[in-house]
Every structure is written in C-alpha cells, then in structure tokens.
Design a protein around this ligand. Sequence first.
Ligand code: PLP
Ligand code: COI
Length: 339
Amino acid sequence: MVNLDWKNLPFGYEKTNYNVRCYYRNGAWGELEISSSETINLHMAATALHYGQEAFEGLKAYRGKDDKIRLFRVEENAKRMASTAAYISMAQPPVDLFTKAVKTVVSLNKEFVPPYESGATLYVRPLLIGSGAQVGVKAANEFLFLVFVTPVGPYYKKGIAPIDAIIERLSDRAAPLGTGHIKVGGNYAASLPAQDRAHKLGYAISIYLDAREKKYIDEAGTSNFFGIKNNTYITPESHSILPSITNMSLMQLAEHLGMKVERRQIAVDELHTFEEAGACGTAAVISPINKIDDIENNKTYSYCTDCKPGPVCVKLFENLTGIQYGNLPDVFNWVTVLE
Ligand code: PLP
Ligand code: COI
C-alpha cells in the first residue's frame, strides 16, 4: 500500500497511478486504454466545454477486514450513467464496458485502496464528455469515457456525527422538468452559490425544495433526504432529484429490518413530525441531520439530542457499511469482490 495519511485524507483529489479511457468514434466504442497521464487532450470546440455535454458518476471501492476489495452496486452506476447520457444526447457506455472500466482501474490502483477501518475509501469517478467539435448547438460525434480513482476521507468530516442543514430558498439546482434526475455537471455548477452561502453560515448542506411550488423537500446538493417516524423510512418522490443508489439500498435495507418505506412528497410542513432525518449518498454515506434551519421562515427543525445520531440512522449506517466492507452477508447481491 502507498504511504498516505489515511486517517486524515480530505475528500479531494490525490494522484494515483492509472486511469482508463475509451473513445466513441464513428458510431462505435473503441478499446479500453490504460493511461498514466492526469490530463486529457481536448478540442477547444468540444461540446463538453460549450454546451454541457458532460456526465459523471461516483462510487467507492472498500477494503475489508479480509483485505478483499469490494465495489458497491457498480451496475447501478452504469445504468444511471447510460440514462444521463441518453437524456443529453450522448453515446451511452454499455453496462459491461462501464463495469469492466471500473474493475480495471481499481485493480490497477489497488495500493491506493485505503486500509480497513481508516475511515477512507477509494472514490471512483467515471466521466463521460462530448469530445467532438461543434459550434452550432448539436450533439458531438465523438465522446470520451474515462474513469479515474482517488483515495478520499469522509465527505463530512465528522463521519456519522450529525450535520446541520439549511433550506435553500434563493435558488434551485434544477427545474421541475429539467435535469435534476440525471448526473450532469451543470446541476452542480448551479448549486455552488447556495453551497457557498450555507458553508459561510456554518451549515454542512443546503436542502432544495421543489422548484415549482417551494412546498416540498427535493434533496441536498450532493445527497438525497430521508425522514424517520413511526418505524417508517420516508424519502421524497420527485422528478428533479437524483435517484440515489444509496437511498435505493437504504429503502431495501429498511424493509429488510422490518420498517415501512414510503416514497412520496414530503412537505416542509411535515418536517417537525420526524423523529430523525438524514442525508444519504456515496460521498455522504448516511449523515444524520442534527437540525434544519428555514431562515426565511424563522423556523428550526431539530432531530438530535446533544448532537447524537438517532438509533435508526445508526442501525441503517451499520447495516449499509457492514455490507459494503464485507462484514455482513451480501444478502441483496450488491457487492462485486475484485479478483
Ligand atoms: N443526490 C445528488 C445530487 C448527488 O450528487 C448524489 C451523489 O451521487 C446523490 C444524491 C447520492 O447518490 P448515490 O447514492 O447514488 O451516490
Ligand atoms: C457522490 O456522492 O458520489 C457525489 O457525486 C457527491 C459529490 C462529490 C458530487
């Protein structure tokens, strides 16, 4: 293993040895290439640069107690990238190309998969860009699919310690029938000012409302939202939120653990009825929410006593990470163990 300060890694970019790349040209995907360069040679008129033909994904590789390396639900990321690509008129990397690329790049960079119990993981970042030149607003005729990896620490420094959230009322990250449900860079650019405001005020995340009525919870800028009450896991149903693979997994886990699951609109007015609330995603894992401030309406919704995570959040966290690290049986067949 390479020598890094594993316990203090930020969620940032760390150079590794290799990345993998594949071009779509003349209507077909080419061979997967292995590269040790950190840069790409891109035409200045590439559609990714001008018209936002850009899609990305995020998943993690986990080193278990048994030293085996596991990928979590890589096929789901493959399917989501394909649906993002289709929505913005890009060539879709086939699921087997995507999974082969991820397995290859993780295997080539095994020494960067952080040690078990360091709190760090290997973040895998698949990227798809329109690399062909266009000046008129048209789809590219050439695409580059690449996957790089980088070892990362927890996204929210405090691990499973609860975070503070703010309701964002000054901007939307996505329009009602826009691109909120796919993973395109533009959604994240649109969330940067709100994130900046939130951080300056001391909040870890901003929670977006539905853009049409400003009445229902959508999601946070990098994670889905869930609330817990009466042994029920409740998470928003909305066209403008990213279908989180972590959230999908938590819904299955909650049912498996004997809870009810509801996927439906959650009005801001319902927030005070939850016993616990949390944010979930690959980077966020499960981040219990300590409180949500709705500054414009002078309201605060609190979920934790002495800033301790609630019992359901802890149970879900332990079950999810137990499967990801191979400490619990993979009952749902979510894990790919690398050879
Ligand atoms: N919502 C947004 C906007 C995200 O960027 C992410 C991260 O990928 C998520 C939710 C969580 O999705 P997943 O659990 O698939 O990582
Ligand atoms: C993820 O959870 O993988 C994300 O994409 C969040 C963020 C780093 C964009």
